[in-house]
Design a protein around this ligand. Structure first.
Ligand SMILES: Nc1nc2c(ncn2[C@@H]2O[C@H](COP(=O)(O)OP(=O)(O)OP(=O)(O)O)[C@@H](O)[C@H]2O)c(=O)[nH]1
Length: 411
């Protein structure tokens, strides 16, 4: 960093935290790429409509008597909430671009879906960048303003600084257009994302390969399980699902519907049953049947609810009693709309449950997609998939370049 006066958000952040910013951990060692996808099998011949179907599955909102409400936890550090509030206030002043219609007349490619899903994030950024770079030579004040814009877009301090420092080095005192800035933005974001964009490798030596799906309430665990089951079934793998969200009857039914669609048997117990007992039975049965993949759902829990996190630890201990190497992947689903709170979720779930990879959902219709960059920068955890809608085709493996270009607003 130079000795320039930092921008407002940078100063605010620095004033509110005296925690040193940890260097991101080195990326995990490379894994073998997954097997090449096999030709689709006729397990699910019909097109799968967006899930859940309202007439079959009730809306998956948590039941107030049984679960804490979804949303940010009470333990969010003050500085995060303050920065988030200020950022939200600024972002709210930007015109809202409606979320893209899900039923397009022509089927879109993945990049188009990603770009239109991220349109609110990229439009907010582009609008703010354009307003900073109107007929100006690049000077220190402009760079400060740009840094604030990038921090407000949830990209994180380190990425914001990298972008402004690149511009300072290469373009200081020269005319710079919004497009120039967006190009630097795309390239710096891609640099951050390349090490974390790693496919979920299914190690066929494990039968079953056990995937544990965890996250806060409503973050998209069950829907993601359904989408993954569909992908695995298409790849010719035999999949079993375990309805480990035993808190909510609706979650059990929701998973059963996905099981019917994908041809995967679903292990269930009555609502209110012990989740670790169900996990034990599911691993035992999947082993006995020689299944390729077992995906275990869990109840949504806020990361600051200690007793619920204890329960999650117990589920993992019990799984290990049947298969010591399992779970082979512990995937944390993150709802992109929660913004800065997602950082806390990664930290605490990582400590308590040994998260091995991330799935970020709901990148469609949020202006806060930049948070994925801050998470990648801070934790270096693999990001396996991203979701930009409720339909089965709206979850795809995470690609650094596509995401970087989409968030910078390139088509
Ligand atoms: N727009 C959008 N909605 C999504 C996406 N992923 C999931 N959803 C929706 O988010 C809502 C919650 O998803 P669930 O899969 O039930 O979430 P969950 O984490 O299992 O919820 P709990 O069991 O309550 O913890 C559902 O209405 C999903 O259809 C996504 O990528 N985009």
């Amino acid at each position: 960093m130079s000795d320039k006066k930092p921008g407002f958000f940078r100063r605010l952040y620095d004033a509110m935290t005296d925690e040193p910013r940890p260097a991101p951990p080195p990326p995990a060692p490379p894994e073998a790429l997954p097997d090449a996808p096999l030709a689709p099998i006729p397990v699910v011949p019909e097109a799968v409509p967006p899930a859940p179907e309202p007439d079959v599955v009730p809306a998956p909102a948590p039941e107030p008597d049984e679960l804490p409400p979804p949303g940010p936890p009470e333990t969010t550090p003050d500085y995060v909430e303050d920065v988030e509030d200020l950022a939200a206030a600024r972002l709210d002043s930007v015109p809202v671009i409606p979320a893209p219609a899900t039923a397009a007349a022509e089927p879109q490619g993945w990049f188009q879906r990603l770009a239109s899903g991220l349109k609110r994030s990229s439009d907010n950024l582009s609008t703010s960048i354009t307003s900073v770079f109107t007929k100006r030579k690049l000077d220190a004040a402009t760079l400060d303003e740009l840094e604030d814009v990038l921090i407000q877009a949830d990209l994180g301090i380190d990425t914001a600084t990298a972008i402004t420092e690149t511009l300072r080095r290469d373009r200081f005192d020269r005319d710079v257009s919004g497009d120039d800035v967006r190009n630097v933005l795309a390239s710096e974001v891609e640099k951050v994302l390349v090490p974390v964009a790693r496919p979920l490798a299914i190690d066929t030596l494990h039968k079953p390969f056990v995937i544990l799906m965890i996250g806060v309430n409503g973050s998209g665990k069950t829907t993601t399980i359904g989408k993954l089951a569909q992908k695995f079934a298409r790849d010719g793998r035999s999949v079993m699902l375990a309805a480990g969200d035993t808190f909510r009857a609706a979650a059990i039914e929701q998973l059963q519907v996905w099981g019917q669609r994908t041809g995967a048997p679903v292990i269930t117990r009555p609502a209110g049953s012990d989740a670790s007992g169900l996990a034990f039975d599911a691993v035992t049965q999947a082993k006995a049947e020689g299944r390729d993949v077992l995906i275990i759902d869990t109840a949504g829990r806020l990361q600051n609810r200690d007793e619920l996190m204890n329960e999650l630890e117990k589920v993992i201990r019990v799984i290990k009693k049947v298969e010591p190497s399992a779970p082979h992947a512990t995937l944390l689903t993150l709802d992109a709309t929660t913004g800065q709170n997602a950082l806390k979720q990664v930290e605490i779930f990582g400590q308590r449950a040994g998260v091995t990879g991330l799935v970020m959902t709901k990148l469609d219709g949020t202006a806060r997609g930049g948070i994925l960059v801050a998470i990648a920068q801070k934790f270096g955890l693999p990001v396996h998939f991203i979701g930009v809608g409720e339909g089965v085709e709206d979850l795809e493996p995470f690609e650094a370049r596509d995401f970087a270009r989409a968030i910078a607003g390139f088509d």
